[in-house]
Design a protein. Structure first.
Length: 268
């Protein structure tokens, strides 16, 4: 199968891709004020485990936030960014226009054979953040197995996502209350949440078409989510650690955490 890597788009519509990249980062930081810290630890691990010139798969890349920080720290790296969201990919492609170290693939990680769309069969590191919590238990187990086949021996998979330690409920509740109060103050000061950010995206002429495609494909985040069947999504850090071992990674451990999130490293 021919890889579906695509170049940065050419368009007569002017859009400030750096502004959109920054806007995405600010919106994500409203939910995760420690976002940069998890990226720092993630890239420390890449450098420590696979060196300064790795081939990296930026999994469920969004606008390419991980790749941007990786290349800033390790300019000799190369990244393949894969996602299904056409609007976020449009921002990412625009932002990285002219950077030959970065390529993009539009693919659905839930479909069998998605790895065949990639330009390489193995990677030194696979990195992802705040994305895989959308997967139910069994599809995520299958994805971890597929990733074990993509990461070379001695390579690493790093997942920073919503993973909770329920052993200290009073500590968790106190930190949640503090974070919620800060969010409300920031919202009053003009911070954009998920829905408001997508409202802004849909108004940009350069993004209106890919945003409409995204809404049809993945749902419209500007509207309240419809009630549906109860989802079976793993939330415990231990589940991720144990499952990655079961799926073929030799060493797995939590390497960073906050009140609600954790970064798990899995060495092949």
């Amino acid at each position: 199968m021919t890889p579906t890597t695509t170049p940065a788009p050419t368009t007569t519509t002017t859009s400030d891709w750096q502004r959109w990249q920054t806007s995405w980062d600010r919106q994500q930081e409203w939910y995760m004020p420690d976002r940069e810290e998890r990226f720092r630890v993630m890239i420390d691990l890449v450098e420590a485990l696979v060196g300064t010139t790795p081939r990296v798969l930026d999994l469920a890349c969004g606008t390419g936030s991980i790749s941007e920080r990786l290349l800033r720290r390790l300019p000799g790296a190369t990244t393949v960014c894969v996602d299904i969201d056409p609007a976020l990919l449009t921002i990412g492609r625009g932002h990285f226009t002219g950077d030959e170290r970065v390529s993009f693939v539009e693919a659905d990680l839930t479909r069998p054979g998605w790895t065949e769309e990639l330009p390489h069969t193995s990677y030194d590191a696979v990195l992802t953040a705040t994305a895989l919590h959308w997967f139910d238990t069994e599809p995520l187990r299958d994805l971890y197995g597929a990733l074990a086949g993509l990461v070379r021996e001695g390579g690493v998979f790093l997942n920073a996502d919503h993973m909770r330690d329920e052993s200290a409920p009073r500590i968790n509740a106190a930190l949640h209350e503090l974070h919620s109060a800060r969010q409300e103050k920031q919202r009053a000061d003009g911070a954009l949440d998920w829905s408001a950010w997508w409202q802004e995206v849909s108004r940009d002429p350069a993004l209106a078409r890919p945003a409409a495609k995204r809404f049809a494909l993945l749902g419209d985040p500007r509207k309240p989510a419809p009630e549906g069947a109860k989802r079976d999504r793993p939330t415990a850090t231990d589940w991720h650690v144990d499952t990655l071992r079961e799926q073929g990674f030799s060493e797995v451990r939590q390497v960073w955490c906050s009140a609600s999130d954790a970064l798990v490293a899995a060495l092949r």
